[in-house]
Design a protein around this ligand. Sequence first.
Ligand code: PNS
Length: 165
Amino acid sequence: MTRVAVFPGSFDPITNAHLDVARRASGLFDRLIIGVLNNPRKGPLFSIEERVALIERCVTDLGEHVSVDAFDGLTVDFARHHGAGFIVRGLRAVSDFEAELQMALTNRKLAPQVDTTFLMTALEYGFVSSSLAKEVARFGGDIRPMVPPPVAEALAERMATEPRV
Ligand code: PNS
């Protein structure tokens, strides 16, 4: 049996915490598709094309069974589109749990055949989030412990051209 999973998210941008989850999931599933939600209404810092390209640069070492794809609409439809029976989400702390439980139960109602699996992020990335990485980068702090090198570079470049809001 082939086990296929999607790992959905905004990934604006991908962080070391996301990458850690992707790495763990890549060892558990035969195919892993990292799904980048096209969410222009959220006002992302990076375009959908930029987010996909950054992730692609960061996951090359995970193997050919790991791919990246953009999606619109429901995560369960994205999972069905790829023939995935699993949704992967990372948990950093108890504070993530409530929202994740709500999402997992909603997704189960929408698609009972798709199961959500949670992976705990490594302890050292428990504090990392895309929004904090953007905030630290905006004020010139060191983001290297939070994001992979291509993202640190892209964030520094973007912040150099963005006004400080
Ligand atoms: O990285 P994020 O922002 O925590 O990811 C949230 C995401 C993209 C997984 C979630 O917002 C999502 O699944 N959006 C797609 C719309 C959807 O399926 N909604 C119903 C399930 S809550």
